[in-house]
Design a binder for this molecule. Structure first.
Ligand SMILES: Cc1cc2nc3c(=O)[nH]c(=O)nc-3n(C[C@H](O)[C@H](O)[C@H](O)COP(=O)(O)O)c2cc1C
Ligand code: SF4
Length: 450
């Protein structure tokens, strides 16, 4: 059992002007870089392997192993691309991290690029978050001026250029191969694999693509050691991570804790479900991970624990919904998002998400027929495993899991002439919510203060 927060990445978020190089270095920043540059590249890769760090972008792939796939001794340039597209509904950890302490990411990029022998790196940032793009650009400029980037970094003979690239705002560009196409100036659509990016990625050269939080975790591993990192977490899910609580929770925000903490423990620390209400359902890792219910409050939030109850840890975006929420309405909202964001490359996802929205809308509006529930299940069957990328699969997760847990509510929509819920009651500004509010619902950086 874990009953405590472990602020590492979030530790300095509330210090004065935490985003500046001065504040970052005062807190010990760039210590990891200096020691990494004294090590052999392969030793840095081995250290990250030993730490047990797994990708924080959703799939949890072991980071050191991914780096190890990059062929060494070839004549091609190598690239590091940081995935800062963060567009999944509910997912909101990378943007606050880049806003609060962008140098954590910049330092991580330099160490990681050094390890995989890349001399050019990119941070692909969601374009709509212009304030984050600007903050990153300024941090990169500061790092160049301080000699952390550019030619012959700290006299080591190692050169690195880091480019901040603003995307145009498409969820699919977070899919790693679509991101590469977008970076190359093409329309962002997933590539067929093989070849995998480690062999032929950006400009057909060996490329590592990692999430912001993954790369930002590298400096503290180098500075404190693999054992320090792997002492946190569970047997197969090592280290600390950022859990993002949102929705019907008293104190939403970022909670940094060892992997394996439970939602019950996180709710205890965040003031619980909003006052006067009870938990109905939640997502463990964003909208494309199957929903869970109150019976799963004690499931360890690590890759294995969440997998064992039929869902995925994903991005650790814990969206909390109380009993005022209509499951059909919530699932319809998410499905509209997937329909809108489908890149259209493959038929099951392009056509299927359109049909899913039509069917859910009919049910929600009281125009559904008895066959619609079977139709939803059948559509999901035809999308899952038959789409070119995980967007299609993800679109089916909220639907199949919600039918599994709340079939009766779907049936009530069909037999009762539509939605029995008052949509206003689920809003955070509903009159009952206002009356009961303790005033604590701010996007606080709870990890740092608790
Ligand atoms: C539709 C879609 C969107 C994705 N969006 C993101 C994203 O915004 N950020 C991210 O890190 N990974 C995202 N991923 C996962 C990436 O493809 C990739 O697995 C990840 O960046 C690898 O980094 P990691 O090993 O550090 O987790 C997305 C995947 C899909 C299918
Ligand atoms: S599954 Fe959807 S998003 Fe992915 S390639 Fe096919 S159409 Fe595009």
């Amino acid at each position: 059992m874990v009953d405590t927060l472990t602020p590492v990445l979030t530790d300095d978020w509330d210090t004065d002007r935490a985003w500046t190089l001065k504040a970052y270095e005062k807190a010990g920043g760039y210590r990891g870089l200096r020691s990494a540059l004294t090590m052999k590249q392969d030793d840095v890769i081995a250290l990250v392997k030993d730490s047990g760090l797994r990708g924080r972008g959703g799939a949890g792939f072991p980071t050191g192993m991914k780096w190890g796939f990059i062929p060494q001794g070839d004549d091609k340039p190598h690239y590091l691309v940081v995935n800062a597209d963060e567009s999944e509904p509910g997912t909101c950890k990378d943007i606050p991290l880049m806003l609060a302490t962008p140098h954590t990411l910049v330092e991580g990029v330099i160490i990681s690029s050094y390890a995989i022998r890349a001399t050019t790196a990119f941070i692909y940032c969601r374009g709509e978050v212009l304030h984050v793009v600007r903050r990153l650009q300024r941090a990169v400029q500061e790092a160049y001026l301080a000699g952390h980037l550019g030619k012959n970094i700290h006299g080591s003979g190692y050169d690195l250029d880091l480019i901040v690239h603003a995307g145009a705002g498409a969820y699919i560009c977070g899919e790693e191969t679509a991101m590469l196409d977008s970076l190359e100036g093409r329309r962002g659509q997933p590539r067929l694999r093989p070849p995998f990016p480690a062999v032929a990625g950006l400009y057909a050269c060996p490329t590592v693509i990692n999430n912001v939080e993954t790369i930002a975790s590298v400096p503290c591993i180098v500075a404190n050691g693999a054992d320090w990192f792997s002492a946190m977490g569970t047997e197969k899910s090592k280290g600390m991570t950022i859990y993002s609580l949102s929705g019907h929770v008293t104190r939403p925000g970022q909670y940094e804790a060892p992997l394996g903490i439970t939602l019950r423990e996180l709710l205890d620390m965040s003031g619980g479900v909003r006052q006067g209400h009870s938990l109905k359902f939640w997502t463990p890792g964003g909208s494309s991970t199957p929903i869970l219910t109150a019976e799963h409050l004690d499931v360890p939030l690590d890759y294995e624990g969440v997998g064992s109850v039929g869902s995925m840890l994903g991005t650790k975006a814990l969206q909390i919904f109380d009993e005022t929420t209509c499951i059909v309405r919530a699932v319809l909202r998410w499905t509209e998002f997937y329909k809108h964001e489908s890149c259209g490359k493959c038929t099951p996802c392009r056509e299927g998400t359109w049909w899913l929205v039509q069917t859910l809308q009919r049910i929600e509006n009281g125009e559904g027929s008895d066959s619609d529930l079977d139709m939803l299940v059948d559509l999901c069957d035809n999308i899952l495993g038959r789409s070119s990328c995980a967007l299609g699969d993800g679109a089916t997760s909220p639907i199949t899991s919600s039918i599994q847990y709340f079939r009766d509510e779907y049936v009530a929509h069909l037999t009762g002439g539509g939605c029995p819920f008052d949509p206003a009651a689920a809003t955070l500004f509903s009159s009952s919510a206002r009356a009961l509010s303790t005033g604590g619902a701010s996007m606080a950086t709870a990890g740092a203060s608790a």
